[in-house]
Write a protein that binds this ligand. Structure first.
Ligand code: C5P
Length: 420
């Protein structure tokens, strides 16, 4: 999988944590330095952050860093007299919508698994009445140790969400499983935690991005689609509990965590990847029950594409390109006898409602989503008109992540029960 640290890649709009109060627990591992950035990203996503550190964590990063970043005093000591009744463990956990411990060391995970409460952070985890999420970070050998694995399994059985770890280069110089997830990945995981699981048990197949139709080995025809809406939808479907397969045209966007991505270039390849997923889903996936065609698929491809680079000659000897029509992926999926529930997108410039309704009928799909206004390509926001058999409904201008979440709720409402 491509990592978020990879240069040249972009993120889609983030899901938000507006109004959420998060206790950020920081324990004593070298990844504590990344928790400072995490505190910032959580706030950027709309959360308020209360940092609580273990004594060991303060050896890596000082409380002053978190105080400056969050604008709140940082708690370390169980006997901190700043809380009126001296019950910091109760006071701090009751105000929280969730506790996120990042990084969570092997030692802290062991403590949690056994219900130990010998410092402020461990005590408030035991005393909490809100969700607890932990992001393990440790040397790969410590992660693989049977005791750690037993403790992690115990946490999962106790309803604690274990986020990661990722595999890769470690501070100790070794390589393997044990790296803390990146701050932006943790923000996403936390935001997903709050999303209702309206698509649990479903498999959603999506197309996103542009296609690229070659003229010769170095030239081609493409369009301005950024893939942002399709990727935001893939992320929102996954957050809503669905298994997600995303067939993506050429884009530099980062794959949302938990999403299976198939990269393609041409419309024909996109068509073939979609049909292959419908015919033979991966072993651990149910057959797709929803298909969302967000991609801006090229209508035509060059019939006489050259396998050698075309040479520039004189002004009278210009290349003569011939075109053939590409398959209409959405219409072909909707025509299948075993068609999943299909959603189409449309970029109409005028008479949106009538043209949208006609397109819905022509494609044979239950729901058509029309982009309102021009120039949605590449932007981070959008405005949508949903058209189904009963009429239309507007989703007002918002960020693509927020719109994607609203659209997922609309799809979930309309979806027939499984197996019907
Ligand atoms: O026909 P039009 O391109 O306006 O239709 C747009 C919808 O059809 C989008 O959902 C798009 O992803 C899908 N489509 C497709 N295959 C094509 C052309 C469009 O799946 N060849």
């Amino acid at each position: 999988m491509r990592g978020p640290g990879t240069p040249g890649l972009c993120y889609t709009a983030r899901m938000n944590l507006d109004g959420k109060h998060i206790v950020l627990g920081v324990t004593g591992g070298v990844a504590a330095y990344k928790a400072a950035e995490l505190a910032r990203e959580l706030q950027r996503a709309g959360a308020t952050v209360q940092a609580v550190m273990t004594a060991a964590a303060t050896r890596f990063v000082t409380p002053v860093t978190f105080q400056a970043l969050t604008g709140r005093p940082v708690y370390v000591d169980q006997w901190d007299a700043r809380i009126d009744d001296n019950m910091a463990h109760i006071e701090l956990s009751r105000r929280a919508d969730a506790i996120l411990v990042a990084p969570a060391t092997a030692d802290f995970i062991a403590k949690l698994a056994h219900g130990l409460a010998d410092d402020l952070l461990a005590t408030l985890c035991v005393a909490r009445d809100c969700p607890l999420l932990v992001a393990p970070a440790m040397n790969r050998q410590m992660w693989l140790h049977p005791a750690t694995q037993r403790n992690v399994a115990q946490l999962a059985a106790d309803g604690v969400a274990v986020l990661g770890p990722a595999s890769g280069e470690q501070a100790c110089g070794e390589t393997g499983l044990g790296r803390m997830l990146e701050p932006l990945e943790l923000v996403d995981e936390l935001a997903a935690h709050f999303v209702p699981k309206a698509l649990a048990g479903r498999h959603v197949l999506l197309t996103a991005g542009p296609t690229y139709e070659p003229i010769d080995p170095v030239r081609g025809i493409t369009n301005l689609s950024s893939g942002k809406m399709g990727f935001a939808l893939a992320r929102a479907c996954s957050a809503a509990g669905a298994q997600v397969t995303l067939v993506a045209g050429p884009t530099a966007l980062v794959t949302p965590r938990g999403v299976r991505r198939i990269d393609v270039r041409t419309a024909q390849q996109m068509h073939d990847a979609v049909m292959a997923t419908l015919d033979a889903p991966a072993a651990d996936e149910p057959r797709p029950d929803v298909f969302v065609a967000v991609a801006a698929v090229a209508d035509w491809r060059v019939a006489n594409a050259s396998d050698r680079k075309l040479k520039k000659r004189d002004a009278h000897d210009l290349p003569q390109l011939e075109f053939v029509q590409n398959p209409d992926i959405l219409a072909a999926v909707a025509r299948r006898p075993d068609a999943p529930w299909c959603v189409g997108f449309a970029a109409e410039s005028e008479d949106l409602e009538a043209n949208g309704a006609a397109k819905r009928a022509a494609k044979g799909v239950p729901l058509l989503v029309a982009n309102i206004g021009h120039a949605t390509f590449g932007r981070d926001d959008n405005e949508l008109l949903l058209i189904d058999a009963h009429g239309s409904r507007r989703l007002p201008r918002a960020g693509k992540a927020e719109l994607a979440q609203a659209l997922v709720a609309e799809i979930a409402q309309r979806l027939p029960p499984r197996g019907s």
